[in-house]
Design a binder for this molecule. Structure first.
Ligand code: GTX
Length: 274
């Protein structure tokens, strides 16, 4: 079995891994995980075929939750073997399994011959990317995630109201973090860590598309950041960018969760959105 990636493109780190693999022509089998349907349903490929979806075909983009109940359980167990924490993204490469988006991106970067600009060999250029990777987890990641959940996922998907004060505080924190992103990282450069796109830009843009998916106009009044977004999209490829973000851009219109699914999701969601 070759490289397998367990992803749900609703998740921002999954989008970064997906774009990186596709952009660099890394062959992989996509194992779709649909978190919104209870966390662990895995696509089986064309129903009943038992085959995983492949990154090459259209089927690879369709999470097929047609999985029957008994198969769903079996697949949940299979996923738990890849990631006992049952979080995405996760990777399996033969007998080797790996979790955490940053570790996965670095693994792919080292295993496959990808252009140097993603994670430069140069000591200091590489340290700049590391600096961003270390910063983003507790700042941009947190604020973009909260913006999506407080604005859309809690009220629309889970039917849980969010107070205007809470939403305003979340959006104000996001705004402050965006300012930091511009002032500390982007400055007057073309990309966050230098003249070329790196893992830092890919991880940042996939985060920022969370509030965009929630309907926040985060690029309005931020011409520098908006120009950076256009450069990142062009470097990644417009079609791939759109494809990877299709799910999140439709998140606002997702139907409310089934009450049983909601009950199952709530504790995990609350643990995630602190
Ligand atoms: N630090 C990890 C990384 O960067 O890879 C974070 C992984 C993570 O939190 N993944 C989330 C997950 O799998 C996906 S993002 C949130 C999508 C939520 C949709 C739920 C309806 N979370 C699943 C869980 O905690 O149950």
């Amino acid at each position: 079995m070759g490289l397998e990636l367990y992803l749900d493109l609703l998740s921002q780190p999954c989008r970064a891994v997906y774009i990186f693999a596709k952009r660099n022509g890394i062959p992989f089998e996509l194992r779709p995980v649909e978190l919104r349907k209870g966390g662990l349903g895995l696509g089986l490929g064309p129903e009943g075929s038992g085959r995983p979806n492949t990154a090459q075909g259209d089927a690879g983009r369709q999470p097929l939750l047609g999985a029957r109940a008994e198969k769903g359980q079996h697949l949940s167990d299979a996923f738990a073997q890849v990631n006992p924490l049952k979080k995405v993204p996760a990777l399996r490469d033969g007998d080797f399994t790996l979790t955490e988006s940053v570790a996965i991106l670095l693994y792919l970067n080292r295993k496959y011959k990808v252009p140097d600009h993603w994670y430069p060999q140069d000591l200091q250029a590489c340290a700049r990317v590391d600096e961003y990777l270390a910063w983003q987890h507790t700042t941009l990641r947190r604020n973009c995630l909260r913006a999506l959940w407080h604005k859309v996922m809690f009220p629309v998907f889970l039917g849980e109201p969010v107070s205007p004060e809470m939403l305003a505080a979340t959006l104000a924190e996001l705004d402050a973090t965006l300012q930091l992103l511009e002032d500390k990282f982007l400055q007057n450069k073309a990309f966050l860590t230098g003249p070329h796109i790196s893992l830092a830009d890919l991880i940042a843009i996939t985060e920022l598309m969370h509030p965009v998916g929630a309907g926040c106009q985060i690029f309005e009044g931020r011409p520098k950041l908006a120009a950076w977004r256009r450069r990142v999209e062009a470097a990644v490829g417009e079609d791939l960018f759109q494809e990877a973000h299709e799910v999140i851009l439709k998140a606002k219109d997702s139907p409310p969760a089934d009450p049983i699914i909601k009950q199952k999701l709530m504790p995990r969601v609350l643990a995630m959105i602190q």
